[in-house]
Design a protein around this ligand. Structure first.
Ligand code: NAD
Length: 290
């Protein structure tokens, strides 16, 4: 039987409604949630993502601004902008759109992202928030893994005792994803570019999260019958179409649930960004006693 498709677009609409309701309550108490996105350079994909974040923020009542910096901006200038946003009381969430240009390589990027105030770190990339995730404490969790967890929850699959394989070990997707699955009592393996026998590791999995960036890497005959498969990958083919890391047509023949690309994780990531901004504003409202 063909897999059930996890409708990320529809589910993102539900998350946005929840966020909009929280924002309405905050606005009634005089707190309008604010998001500041910093965009460096003119990478076309980043421009599309940033526009879509702005548009979706507006839809749920979050006030969004984008700070555009030239591609040759020096790290000191980006840092100056971040420190100013940390001090700006109308800004609850600060997000630096990745990837950054080459002058930020060699550890500079991580150093700069670490300067975002942990209370405004809606991307969940500050070491303090990463540490809280590992320690099982409340903090900000990266948006894409949060969206994936909600998608898994929507399938009704109980993760306790299930074998989960996360393919990809990035700080923004793979590693936080593994910790969220662990927190739900799954038995988690993280696979990566040096993993030997990737297909065999995936064949053991009841839950597969593919976050690699290799078009259709995960094949149908890798999938345990009935497994839940979440495709995080976004890859553009030579013809210009978007495909995920999962060979969708093959995998739907074996999986129990599978998320499509587009219309899967992408909209959920933005919905959870808005969720994090609304949570940051709710925490500000508590701190200010409003
Ligand atoms: P990344 O490049 O930082 O990490 C990729 C990971 O894949 C690495 O850990 C690497 O070890 C692993 N890898 C590479 N080749 C492999 C192979 N052949 N076999 C197994 N593992 C391999 O990327 P990222 O930022 O984690 O993003 C991963 C993908 O997810 C990309 O396609 C990206 O565009 C997409 N993405 C989508 C969303 C969304 O909202 N849908 C959000 C973030 C990232």
């Amino acid at each position: 039987m063909a897999a059930q498709i996890i409708d990320g677009r529809g589910l993102a609409g539900v998350v946005r409604q929840e966020v909009a309701a929280r924002v309405e309550g905050l606005v009634a108490r005089g707190v309008t949630p604010g998001l500041a996105v910093v965009l460096v350079g003119d990478d076309p994909a980043s421009q599309v993502y940033v526009r879509s974040k702005e548009r979706m923020a507006g839809k749920v009542g979050i006030s969004a601004q984008t700070i555009r910096l030239p591609s040759d901006v020096q790290p000191e200038e980006l840092l100056r902008q971040i420190l100013a946003l940390n001090e700006d009381s109308s800004v609850d969430g600060v997000l630096v759109q990745l990837p950054l240009p080459s002058q930020f390589s060699g550890g500079v990027e991580a150093e700069i992202l670490g300067q975002i105030s942990p209370e405004k770190d809606v991307d969940g990339l500050h070491p303090l928030n990463l540490g809280k995730l590992v320690a099982g404490e409340d903090g900000f969790v990266a948006c894409t893994p949060s969206g994936c967890m909600r998608m898994l929850a929507s399938t009704g699959v109980d993760l306790t005792g299930k074998r989960a394989v996360v393919i990809g070990r990035s700080t923004i997707v793979g590693k936080p994803m593994a910790h969220l699955l662990l927190a739900q009592n799954a038995t988690v393996s993280i696979c990566h570019s040096r993993t030997v026998d990737l297909a065999d590791r995936v064949r053991e999995a009841d839950v597969v999260i593919a976050a690699v960036g290799r078009p259709e890497l995960v094949r149908g005959d890798w999938i345990k019958p009935g497994a839940a498969v979440i495709d995080v990958g976004i890859n553009r083919t030579e013809e210009g179409t978007l495909v995920g890391d999962v060979a969708f047509d093959e995998v739907t023949q074996a999986a129990g649930h599978v998320s499509p690309v587009p219309g899967g994780v992408g909209p959920m990531t933005i919905a959870y960004l808005l969720n994090n901004v609304s949570l940051a504003a709710a925490r500000r409202s508590e701190r200010e006693g409003r």
